[in-house]
Write a protein of this length. Structure first.
Length: 357
């Protein structure tokens, strides 16, 4: 076998850099700034910043923040097994494996925006409606401060509090919604609770927080389809999981963009929208659902829309013994953070890097 020439070896040695001497100036700049403030690529041990994706934990100086990630550990209104209250804690742990760079767009959300982990909502009571109100107060505060928000459930009921708070903060605006889920969540009251994880979008429409004619639901399927008459009757666009496979994700993306337009829109991701082969770690797993790649493509396809808030809900660690579902849920959560960062940068026309200190 021929030996490598000295000239070729010299060329390769010129490419050999130290660990954080990146050719990409944006990446190099991020690590120079973030590592000095405690951000670490070595996520196997203690982290100085153990929030979502190592975001700094902060609740003050909100005027200096663009995006707040919030944990809503609630499962009192879930129709199914309990356990989603542990979702935010588990996804924070799994989020060690993601970021800081989106591998599709090449962007770093922490370079685009000032991002914080607000922490979990503080509960005032063990009562379901009181806790929904607790969530509302947090998201009203964040919305009033002009922040975009990324909620981490907990059950889907948590989205109602977030939508209420953001709607009021935006002048009682009715948002468009892109909603990935196996279920439309537009049923009537259940067990005496008007607002629960199966009714939130009916109640959000009835309270004026969501515009049903600017709502598209993606991935709906399963044995509960007879419960979703309100979704169809109110004018929501419902795209079944079968349609996603038959017509393709580009059709879904084009339809969603057409429906929500450029007005303010909320993105809600219930993890049971994914096929149960990938997502058994959830309260209501359903077979014959979306693949993770289809879901990521749809999120990526929402870039350029006016997304002002988002959530990921219904991850249930109690039903995820090997952690496979949590690993995937954290990846989807990062995609939603990147989507919000793109939207915030586009709407404000500026970048404002995250500070950890």
């Amino acid at each position: 076998m021929a030996k490598m020439s000295k000239e070729r070896l010299a060329k390769y040695h010129e490419l050999d850099r130290a660990a954080f001497e990146f050719k990409n100036s944006s990446v190099a700049s991020f690590f120079e700034h973030a590592a000095a403030q405690g951000y670490s690529l070595d996520t196997t041990g203690f982290l100085a910043h153990p929030g979502f994706f190592q975001a700094p934990h902060r609740r003050d100086n909100l005027d200096q923040v663009d995006i707040a990630m919030v944990g809503s550990p609630l499962d009192l209104g879930a129709i199914g097994l309990a356990g989603t209250r542990h979702g935010p804690k588990a996804i924070r742990e799994w989020s060690r494996n993601y970021g800081p760079i989106n591998d599709v767009t090449g962007k770093i959300p922490f370079q685009q925006c000032s991002v914080i982990d607000y922490g979990d909502v503080d509960w005032s009571s063990t009562d379901l409606q009181a806790r929904v109100d607790d969530i509302y107060k947090v998201f009203r505060e964040l919305g009033d401060a002009g922040l975009y928000t990324l909620n981490c459930g907990g059950e889907h009921t948590t989205a109602f509090g977030a939508l209420k708070g953001l709607s009021e903060a935006h002048g009682d605006e009715a948002f468009g919604v892109i909603h990935i889920d196996a279920h439309s969540d537009t049923m009537a009251a259940w067990g005496g609770d008007a607002v629960n994880d199966g009714s939130i979008f009916r109640q959000a429409v009835l309270n004026g927080y969501v515009d049903p004619e600017r709502t598209v639901q993606i991935g709906v399927r399963g044995r509960a389809n007879f419960l979703w008459e309100f979704a169809h009757d109110s004018g929501m666009t419902v795209i079944s999981a079968d349609e996603v496979f038959e017509k393709g994700t580009q059709y879904v993306i084009d339809k969603a963009r057409e429906i929500v337009g450029q007005e303010k829109t909320y993105f809600s991701f219930d993890v049971d929208g994914l096929d149960s082969n990938y997502m058994m770690g959830t309260t209501g797993p359903e077979p014959f659902g979306l693949t993770p790649r289809q879901a990521r493509d749809i999120i990526q396809g929402a870039r350029g829309l006016n997304i002002i808030g988002a959530d990921l809900v219904e991850y249930n660690p109690n039903r995820d013994p090997d952690g496979k579902s949590g690993h995937l849920a954290a990846a989807i959560y990062f995609e939603l953070l990147c989507l919000l960062a793109d939207s915030r940068e586009a709407q404000t026309g500026r970048t404002r890097p995250t500070n950890w200190l």
